[in-house]
Design a protein around this ligand. Structure first.
Ligand code: SF4
Length: 217
């Protein structure tokens, strides 16, 4: 099995989707440490990630990391205890004429899946956080976000925890009932964190501030 460093180098050199004619913006992004007890899989990098050359740098990511900190993680756990990646590693570009990102197509996701599988083998996660509906649909049986968020799913020795996407483009969290489901999901992550790496701080306890992160995503 290759090292994580070598795998990241190979991912960064990948141009499969560009060769297939998709309007992606390389380079592919890969970072973090392995093994890690938690793996987070989102949809695709955003423009801020591309500019910062690292995934999970934009406003949606800040909100997501805030949720993880609510669940007891410290900012230093991001990229260490929690390995953060996505179904595809390249910024897919904007939708034509819009400021929202294009969702990666099934072909791009299929192109990128071997990279995700290789990351998974090195990370050896015990808990996988599925960030957004596309990620939930990739790993769990067909269900609505309402049915998924707030629950855990144990499959083949791994615990999956669905989260909604935190992007401002998503209206799902405008519904108070959905925000209550998110609170449940954060509690599920807290429980799994306690199970896997030890007790988390009490909700509301003072924590180190999040590191500054630039741009949008
Ligand atoms: S999205 Fe994945 S498969 Fe496609 S070019 Fe980027 S790294 Fe390669």
């Amino acid at each position: 099995m290759i090292s994580l460093e070598l795998l990241h180098d190979e991912i960064r050199a990948c141009r499969r989707c560009e060769v297939d004619g998709f309007p992606i913006a390389p380079p592919p992004l890969a970072w973090g440490q392995a093994p890690a007890p938690f793996l987070l899989v989102g949809q695709a990098p955003g423009l801020s990630d591309l500019r910062g050359e690292r995934m999970y740098l934009g406003p949606a990511a800040r909100k997501l990391i805030g949720w993880l900190c609510e669940a007891g993680f410290a900012p230093d756990d991001i990229g260490t205890i929690v390995y953060m990646t996505a179904l595809t590693k390249c910024f897919p570009g904007r939708l034509p004429g819009k400021s929202t990102d294009r969702a990666p197509s099934p072909k791009e996701r299929a192109n990128c899946r071997p990279w995700l599988d290789a990351q998974w083998r090195l990370v050896k996660p015990r808990v996988v956080i599925l960030f957004g509906k596309m990620s939930v649909d990739t790993f769990l049986p067909k269900m609505s976000l309402e049915q998924a968020v707030g629950h855990t799913f144990d499959l083949y020795g791994i615990t999956y925890i669905p989260l909604p996407h935190s992007s401002g483009a998503s209206t799902w969290l405008n519904d108070p009932a959905h925000r209550a489901l998110l609170a449940e999901a954060i509690e599920r992550i807290r429980e799994q964190r306690a199970r896997v790496v030890g007790a988390a701080p009490t909700p509301g306890a003072s924590r180190r501030p999040l590191p500054p992160q630039a741009g949008e995503g």
